[in-house]
Design a protein. Structure first.
Length: 381
């Protein structure tokens, strides 16, 4: 049985956070890092200011660096690759770049010299991953406690998708068009990368239309484990989901990559459930026929099958739109275009990957759902 440590923490004040993170990492059985070259992988979906709750808070990264130094790590690296990473990207807005400079640790550009890997559970498909993986002894995932429009919740396992450099990510949604297929890809990456540990920033989380356009909310917990699937299982419990309805958790357990339900030293995650947490509305899984037959069909027909999930297409709101065209650039199927200062969508092409929603800096894209959009518009929060 895996252990997931959960420690209450209500502040990002550095002195308090340093102690709390040490406590939760010890409880979570963080492996020995002495003499090791360690890569920290925060969640930097977009380089947004820390107040938005989109990224792993820089104070979390700093506290983890402090602990690794104290525990004798030989070298510490920090890196991530947002979907529209430009040349020489550095996470300045969110504050992580400053942390790297202050702590004299290297920020790693994942787009340089990426390498091809065959990913398990994907019918022999290959994908690009950051070459730094072959140069470090340990990888530590630093996810953010957040909802996710496609996968219902993001977490320690989904955070590893950031090891796929830049625009190599979005085509994956065409190749793996259903929630189940995409979960297989993410769990395959977990198997390939083999992270040693995960620490989740749950002090301020995100509810509603995550992972980029939701609502920051006080959660007040740090979670840590050597088992990414068990940690994500625990996050789902706290959010109020049945963890077995979270595609990545279900797929991970199917592949015997997690031990759940985990043990919780001194408490039970069920006692921490946030009763009024704004979750993503869940839908039925892809039809059995589609899941079984889709890998052998043409890409065009796979897209038609994926629509059996009846995922809603994104809607583009003209008033908040700043016409930055990031959504157009990231769309893997070319379903979007800017016409007369307004984004138009071809819903027959759209694969409902929600990459556009994730990347939008102006909250100008909505995903209609009973439990999220309607409640927010009614002023629930």
């Amino acid at each position: 049985m895996s252990t997931v440590a959960i420690v209450a923490c209500a502040t990002y004040e550095q002195d308090v956070l340093d102690k709390k993170i040490k406590d939760v990492c010890i409880l979570g059985s963080m492996p020995d890092v002495s003499g090791k070259k360690v890569l920290l992988k925060p969640n930097i979906l977009s380089d947004a200011k820390k107040e938005t709750g989109i990224t792993t808070n820089p104070a979390i990264v700093k506290a983890m660096i402090h602990l690794l130094k104290e525990q004798g790590a030989k070298e510490i690296l920090v890196g991530d690759s947002p979907g529209l990473q430009g040349p020489a990207f550095s996470p300045r807005n969110c504050g992580i770049a400053q942390v790297c400079m202050d702590e004299n640790v290297q920020w790693v550009d994942f787009t340089k010299n990426s390498t091809t890997h065959a990913i398990p559970y994907t019918h022999g498909k290959k994908i690009q991953l950051a070459s730094i993986l072959e140069q470090v002894d340990m990888i530590i995932s630093l996810p953010k406690f957040k909802t996710h429009q496609l996968m219902y919740s993001t977490g320690a396992t989904k955070n590893l998708f950031g090891l796929v450099p830049g625009l190599h990510k979005s085509p994956s949604h065409v190749i793996y068009p259903t929630r189940e297929a995409f979960a297989s890809l993410i769990v395959g990456i977990l198997t390939t990368v083999k992270p040693s540990f995960a620490l989740m920033d749950g002090i301020i989380g995100m509810e509603g239309a995550g992972p980029a356009n939701g609502i920051p909310c006080k959660v007040g917990y740090l979670l840590a484990s050597t088992d990414c699937i068990a940690l994500d299982y625990s996050q789902a419990v706290i959010m109020g989901y049945d963890p077995m309805t979270i595609p990545i958790v279900k797929e991970g357990l199917k592949r015997n990559l997690g031990s759940c339900p985990p043990s919780y030293p001194g408490l039970d995650a069920k006692d921490l459930v946030i009763k009024d947490f704004l979750r993503i509305e869940q839908q039925q899984v892809t039809k059995f026929f589609g899941s079984l037959v889709a890998p052998f069909l043409s890409r065009k027909f796979k897209k038609k099958l994926s629509k059996r999930e009846e995922r809603p297409a994104p809607k583009f709101l003209p008033e908040p739109c700043i016409q930055c065209k990031r959504c157009v650039e990231i769309c893997p199927v070319g379903a979007l275009k800017l016409v007369n200062k307004h984004i138009e969508i071809d819903t027959s092409l759209c694969v409902r990957c929600y990459c556009c929603h994730e990347i939008c800096p102006a909250n100008a894209i909505s995903i209609e759902s009973k439990n999220v959009t309607t409640d927010v518009l009614k002023g629930k929060k």
